[in-house]
Design a protein around this ligand. Structure first.
Ligand SMILES: N[C@@H](CCC(=O)N[C@@H](CS)C(=O)NCC(=O)O)C(=O)O
Length: 224
């Protein structure tokens, strides 16, 4: 049976949500972060050479990387309807958001999170200087890219309820984490009403709620 090795407050929430949406049979192992470093514990690090979550194990398979795991699980559930087929008019949007999620938006949000950690950890006396430098870097490097992505997201969500059409797909599941991070970091402001509505809508789905209940948290919180 497939086991999801899930780290608290982490991107592996998306895999948990996917398994709940599928109504799949799986085992869930939840790991706690180190209280000082927020790193995954050694038991989780031992499982995969990456040492990060999510990881799944399934018979002889050990697989890390959120997108690879999503694809692996979808291969095991070919009739789920959560992947948009090549002959659909929504295929290109599906591919774009599946890949933009990890390839673009998540890396920008991780950069933002790392900047925040650096600001909080540098010695007090030089903090204002480091803060000014990193805020400038954020303005120049992260903000323009996030704005471009969010404008495309807003336009797509004006066309349909979900990222790849009128039903939930794994593009939405992949996007929920960077979008929640964008909200948390004040990128998802009133200029993006469709994106904000989408974020509320997906969190109201039964599968999201049951994943959140298993995770033991009532909101998604980004930690590196
Ligand atoms: N690109 C990887 C990123 C995995 C990742 O960075 N996971 C973080 C949680 S969001 C983690 O495990 N952090 C704890 C650690 O590295 O010890 C994926 O999508 O699976």
């Amino acid at each position: 049976m497939l086991t999801l090795h899930h780290l608290e407050y982490s991107q592996s929430f998306r895999v948990l949500w996917l398994l709940e949406e599928l109504g799949a049979e799986y085992e869930l192992k939840i790991y706690e972060r180190d209280t000082e470093t927020y790193q995954a514990p050694p038991e989780l690090k031992k499982l995969s050479p990456l040492g990060s979550a999510p990881v799944i194990t399934d018979d002889k398979v050990i697989l890390a990387e959120s997108s690879a795991i999503i694809d692996y699980i979808l291969d095991e559930h070919p009739d789920s309807g959560l992947r948009v087929s090549p002959d659909s008019g929504n295929r290109v949007r599906y591919l774009f958001w599946m890949h933009a999620s990890q390839g673009s938006m998540m890396s920008l949000m991780l950069m933002e999170a790392v900047f925040q950690i650096l600001i909080s950890r540098v010695p007090f006396l030089i903090r204002p200087i480091i803060k000014a430098i990193l805020e400038q870097a954020s303005q120049n490097l992260i903000k323009p890219r996030m704005t471009s992505l969010l404008k495309i997201a807003e336009a797509d969500l004006q066309l349909s309820k979900y990222f790849a059409g009128d039903r939930l797909t794994t593009a939405d599941i992949a996007m929920v984490y960077p979008m929640a991070a964008a909200k948390d970091r004040f990128y998802l402001d009133a200029d993006y009403p469709e994106c904000n509505d989408w974020l509320v809508r997906v969190q109201q789905s039964e599968s999201f709620k049951s994943a959140a209940a298993k995770d033991g948290r009532d909101s998604i919180v980004l930690r590196v």
